[in-house]
Design a protein around this ligand. Structure first.
Ligand code: PMP
Length: 410
């Protein structure tokens, strides 16, 4: 019965890892996967994480028991505070329902399941371009996706006019997936003014907004600054429509493989006739059913580490420093790459590399140039031209600039 199953192509991002492993050249550079590397090119275990692990393991009550279905409450509550802010009216008013998820991808999956079950036939609008997995996550749940304008390739800037036009053209009450900060793959976030018009336009159409927050702390180094759009969104949207938030701790805690994340649903401000508590409990029970049928209960180890960091003031302070270490090293690499390209006289303007934010740069290199970078120089990036700046370090940035210079010129 399985003889005619279609062979699918390998995942384009994870396949880079495979090709890199098979590449025997002595100098090779991984600008593919979005994972932080230190200045020696190695994965970095954050000092706050090391300390949290130590404290957890030294605790006499340390064990590997199951968590509850909704996850570790000290994680989900702490995570909601990090996103929404300590003084969040939604938290104070009991309008936030949170569950632990399998990192950001799992949170998006829960959102997709919830939407397909309770939101009718809504179209899911994704930015053009967006993270490669968004479309698959929603479509796997039988939801239809569409694109909204985002990136203006000619000017390497935000197509605000197109963005607003597409928000207005979408059927009222559609779902818009927006990147809370550090847009993947473009590294381009709307300015504060632009966010204000985008969110006003979304609110006027009563669209349901899903904030995908995978890089909080990675764009500016500050959690509060990187939650700006989300918090403004709650002010403008949540009086009327629910807001979904999918939160990943893969990048900002550097625990990619431990799969720590949360899904939060912020309820609108209801009139007094609605029993808010009962609505929240019903939603909570439905979210628990989704988790129970798929993973029974979420993974505990990473959740305990993040919870320890969020709930121990000295570790929280160390984590803030760790995020600065990561975001400032990446920023330094952006400047170094741009400066080398300018020094080499590489045709084109490379300032966008410095202007972009978060882990990635949408370099503007063509698929043919990307292919040559890999074949001729062992510099690996995805064929859209997205480069993970975290893969650069003081030992390889000049080499990469020379390689780019070579493929752009010839
Ligand atoms: N959303 C976006 C925009 C991302 O870039 C990523 C990671 N690349 C995720 C969600 C989910 O990541 P994870 O499942 O590793 O938390």
């Amino acid at each position: 019965i399985f003889n005619n199953i279609e062979l699918l192509p390998p995942d384009s991002l994870f396949n880079i890892k495979q090709r890199l492993a098979n590449d025997s050249r002595s100098v090779k550079v991984d600008l593919g996967i979005g994972a932080y590397r230190d200045d020696t090119g190695k994965p970095w275990v954050l000092p706050s994480v090391r300390e949290a692990e130590k404290l957890i393991q030294e605790d006499p009550s340390y064990n590997h028991e199951y968590l509850g279905i909704a996850g570790l409450p000290t994680l989900t509550q702490g995570a909601a505070r990090v996103l929404l802010g300590e003084d969040s009216p939604a938290l104070r008013e009991g309008r936030v329902v949170s569950v632990q998820s399998l990192s950001g991808t799992g949170a998006l999956h829960i959102a997709a399941k919830f939407i397909s079950k309770f939101c009718g036939d809504k179209l899911i609008y994704l930015s053009d371009p967006t993270w490669a997995n968004h479309k698959a996550i929603f479509e796997t749940q039988g939801l239809k996706t569409a694109n909204y304008a985002y990136w203006n390739a000619a000017s390497k800037s935000l197509d605000l006019e197109g963005y607003l036009r597409d928000i207005k053209a979408a059927p009222n009450g559609s779902v818009f997936v927006v990147h809370a900060c550090a847009h993947n793959p473009t590294g381009l976030d709307p300015s504060k003014d632009e966010w204000s018009s985008i969110l006003d336009t979304l609110a006027a159409k009563e669209h349901i907004v899903l904030f995908d927050s995978a890089y909080q702390g990675f764009a500016s180094g500050s959690l509060d600054e990187d939650a700006y759009a989300l918090r403004l969104g709650l002010k403008k949207l949540a009086p009327v429509t629910p807001v979904f938030v999918c939160q990943s701790f893969a990048k900002n805690v550097g625990m990619y493989g431990e799969r720590v994340g949360c899904f939060h649903l912020v309820l609108p401000q209801q009139d007094a006739a609605v029993d808010q508590k009962a609505v929240a409990s019903a939603i909570s029970s439905q979210l628990a059913r989704i988790t129970r049928s798929e993973l029974s209960n979420p993974p505990a180890y990473g959740a305990k580490i993040v919870s320890k960091i969020l709930n121990t003031p000295e570790l929280t302070a160390q984590w803030y420093k760790d995020m600065i270490t990561m975001s400032s090293r990446i920023h330094k690499m952006r400047i170094a790459l741009r400066d080398h390209l300018v020094k080499l006289g590489t045709p084109g303007n490379w300032d966008h590399i410095v202007g972009q934010t978060g882990m990635f740069s949408y370099t503007g290199l063509s698929p043919q140039m990307v292919e040559r970078l890999e074949k001729e120089h062992a510099v690996y990036l995805v064929n859209s031209g997205r480069a993970s700046i975290a893969g650069l370090n003081s030992g390889n940035v000049e080499y990469v600039a020379r390689a780019i210079n070579e493929v752009v010129r010839h």
